[in-house]
Write a protein that binds this ligand. Structure first.
Ligand code: IPM
Ligand code: MN
Length: 374
């Protein structure tokens, strides 16, 4: 019998966004409902607009009411933003501004992107199975600094020339807090941090490396290595098993995680958690949870998108923002069971293999969560 405290209202803001966002978020919410049902948790979900659909309705990618709801939430679950409709390079507002604004406003400086190779990865990844055996890494991507936010930024006309500038800016304290988080995480895993930078060229990377070395001195049980980002891109493919925690600046982490998704087998599989300092009513970090894939407008509305990245993001939400470790593991096990028994969307299908719709894969996961109940 669940105890009375389990019925505390848990307030989850849901931001489906654009493209396949609504489809995969519907899947993740169905999974949360199944978990709530099984464990007696009272999950209240409220939907708000972000990205292109918000631009269409409010003229801004991050409406006030969306931001206010997110600030007050226990956790935020997001699908994806963007699409060709809003891609005009001269547009004043872009869907991506909504997501970047939300990360910045909520102070979500740490983006965790776990990557694991499973039996499905071995079948589907273009990387040889023996290189994938045992791959289990976590990219810790700095999310509110670096070239995504640095000033100066913009365009100017110099004589008859047009110049565009972005700035990669980091302060010591920004590097220190993300490095501390990476070392803490490594301590709970296999005690290794690989810090990624371009210190042979970039001034901001030299500061990054210096601060990471300072932080490392406080974690004598954790091994630190530094990789230049170009080399890291190569090692991720040539020897992915050697990584535990990869610590990277905003842009480098963005690029390397798309690459790392090839180890798992499909971009559609990877979840992410973005965390900061603010705490929710449960005393856990207020987090933003989103699959790493984008809005995939080419397949939107067809019920063929892989819901697993979104579903695993819901599992991370249960773990990091609610402290529901057992519930998170049940979701992860249900996904593993679903995929390993061949219940996959088209992106994961081997040649000739039967493929399921988004809805069918979701039903399989939901059923597996509900059936385990005694
Ligand atoms: C991601 C995405 C975003 C990013 C885009 C949509 C702004 O690529 O979450 O990885 O670059 O951070
Ligand atoms: Mn990305």
């Amino acid at each position: 019998m669940p105890d009375k405290d389990d019925y505390v209202e848990i307030n989850i803001v849901v931001l489906p966004g654009d493209g396949i966002g609504p489809e995969v978020i519907r899947a993740a919410v169905a999974v949360l409902d199944a978990v709530g049902e099984r464990f007696g948790h009272n999950f209240q979900t409220q939907e708000y607009l972000i990205g292109g659909c918000a631009i269409d309705n409010y003229g801004t990618a991050l409406p006030e009411n969306t931001l206010a709801a997110c600030r007050a939430a226990d956790a935020v679950l997001l699908g994806a933003v963007g699409g060709p409709k809003w891609d005009d390079p001269n547009a004043k507002v872009r869907p991506e501004d909504g997501l970047l604004g939300l990360r910045k406003e909520l102070g979500l400086f740490a983006n965790l992107r776990p990557v694991r190779a499973t039996s499905v990865s071995m079948q589907i990844s273009p990387i040889r199975p023996q290189r994938l055996q045992g791959v289990d890494l976590m990219v810790v991507r700095e999310l509110t600094g670096g070239i995504y936010f640095g000033q100066p930024r913009g365009r100017k006309i110099i004589g008859d020339e047009v110049q565009a500038v972005d700035s990669m800016v980091y302060t010591k304290s920004e590097v220190r807090r993300i490095a501390n988080l990476a070392f803490d995480l490594a301590g709970q895993r296999r005690n290794k941090v690989t810090s990624v930078d371009k210190a042979n060229v970039l001034e901001s990377s030299r500061l990054w490396r210096e601060v990471v070395n300072e932080v490392a001195a406080h974690y004598p049980h954790v091994t630190l290595e530094h990789n230049l980002v170009d080399a890291a891109a190569m090692y991720l493919i040539s020897r992915p098993q050697t990584f535990d925690v990869i610590l990277a600046a905003n842009l480098f982490g963005d690029i390397l995680t798309d690459e790392a998704s090839v180890l798992a087998g499909s971009m559609g599989l990877l979840p992410s958690a973005s965390l900061g300092e603010s705490r929710n009513t449960q005393g856990y970090p207020l987090g933003l949870y989103e699959p790493i894939h984008g809005s995939a407008p080419d397949i939107a509305g067809k019920n063929i998108a892989n819901p697993v990245g979104a579903i695993l993001s819901a599992a991370l939400l249960l773990r990091h923002s609610l402290g529901f470790e057992a519930e998170a593991e049940i979701v992860e096990d249900a996904v593993e069971k679903t995929l390993s028994t061949g219940n996959v969307t088209i992106d994961l299908a081997a040649p000739g293999q039967r493929t399921l719709t988004t809805g069918e894969v979701t039903q399989f996961v939901v059923k597996s969560i509900s059936d385990d109940e005694e």
